[in-house]
Write a protein that binds this ligand. Structure first.
Ligand code: ADP
Length: 358
């Protein structure tokens, strides 16, 4: 084993690494001009556009004097000196680097080896950063489109509603006409709800910070919000011991609220809904919202999480079919998973996991 680990083998390994690795000597930790290249692997030599003969054993001031002329270069060399002097690694994060041949963004960290020697690890993330920025810009455009489209879709709907009101006020209508207008009014109302729900879906997780969320308190607030529905349906809500987790509070509230509302809504005729909420610590936290309702056939248990997917006639169970899509997006935002276990006629148990480190 150890015979294999000769100097040549190690150098070969470093040369083949997909990231940049370089060793520097810092003979005088108070003078950046003393810093010398000892070894640079192929990735760094490529980024420098130099051959190893031009670099190894030479000082930075001789090979890349331009590094002393810009802030980024000076900052990186200060870091080599600091790490050599103090013996502690420093993660520089993203560093802008350029010379007359190359320019780009690098992820950079510097580590001590032994007295007066440090090594640097570099990863060129220029393309990744550009792609991230492009994506951000596209997302912003899409957000703008959604806002404009929803506004433009809602204003004709408002006009329809106003005209219906006018007709109802100014004309004496027979029953069938009245029913027809009622039908139109109902449809415009539903369409407005769909537009709002779509906008809400787009807004999930936007520009918000995670905080410590007390799920016990959150569920108390949700029960207050649902008080009318709970009373009307004689529902029983049972909440077990809930943890505090790091998460997006508004979104977690929407998630629990959707699952509990569904548990109440999809109840069996003649049986008061019972919804039980519990939490279990596994690798992260796994929550369960369980009901005694109508249940869900196995073949539909995945598709119900898709947007606008509904299994029932609206006249029997009202809804827009977006609630579970919201839940899925919220769970993805928390890097968790959501799934359902259910048998028709025997109730449903919605489970979702939220990893601890989020
Ligand atoms: P909505 O409740 O507005 O119809 P959701 O996205 O919340 O939309 O749910 C999608 C579909 O999944 C529902 O229409 C229903 O058919 C089914 N479903 C959701 N929750 C339950 C539940 N607790 N019990 C039975 N069916 C459910």
């Amino acid at each position: 084993m150890t015979e294999l680990l000769d100097f040549e083998t190690l150098i070969q390994t470093f040369d083949d690494l997909p990231m940049g690795v370089g060793i520097f000597e810092v003979p005088d930790t108070s003078d950046s001009k003393s810093i010398r290249y000892i070894y640079m692997n192929k990735v760094i030599l490529y980024e420098m556009r130099k051959a190893k003969e031009e670099v190894f054993g030479k000082k930075i001031i001789e090979v890349a004097p331009e590094a002393f002329e810009h802030e980024g270069g000076l900052m990186v060399m200060d870091t080599y000196r600091k790490v050599a002097a103090e013996g502690k690694s420093i993660n520089l994060g993203l560093v802008e680097y350029s010379n007359h041949m190359v320019a780009g963004t690098y992820e950079c960290s510097v580590h001590p080896i032994k007295e007066n020697y440090v090594y640097v690890m570099l990863r060129n993330v220029t393309e990744l950063e550009q792609k991230k920025q492009e994506l951000e810009q596209k997302n912003n455009e899409l957000r703008q489109y959604a806002i404009i489209a929803s506004h433009d879709l809602k204003s004709p709907l408002n006009t329809v509603s106003e005209i219906i009101n006018l007709i109802e006020l100014q004309f004496k209508l027979d029953d069938s006409l009245s029913e027809l207008l009622h039908f139109i009014s109902d449809s415009t109302h539903r369409m407005r709800n769909v537009i709002d729900a779509l906008l809400d879906h787009g807004r999930i997780g936007q520009g918000k910070e995670k905080t410590m969320v007390d799920c016990q308190k959150l569920l108390e607030v949700i029960q207050q919000d649902l008080a009318t529905k709970i009373k009307e349906t004689n529902a029983i809500i049972e909440v077990g011991k809930m943890p505090q987790i790091m998460g997006y509070k508004t979104e977690l509230r929407l998630l629990f609220q959707n699952l509990i509302s569904n548990g109440i809504k999809f109840s069996k005729p003649g049986l008061a809904p019972k919804v039980k909420i519990s939490a279990k610590k596994l690798k992260g936290w796994t929550f369960t919202v369980e009901d005694n309702g109508i249940g869900i056939d196995k073949q539909f248990q995945e598709q119900i999480f898709n947007i606008f997917e509904r299994l029932h006639d609206r006249r029997k169970y009202d809804g827009s079919g977006i609630g579970l899509a919201h839940c899925k997006k919220i769970i993805e935002l928390h890097k968790g998973e959501i799934w359902v276990k259910s048998k028709p006629g025997e109730g449903s148990a919605f489970h979702f996991s939220i990893p601890c480190s989020v």
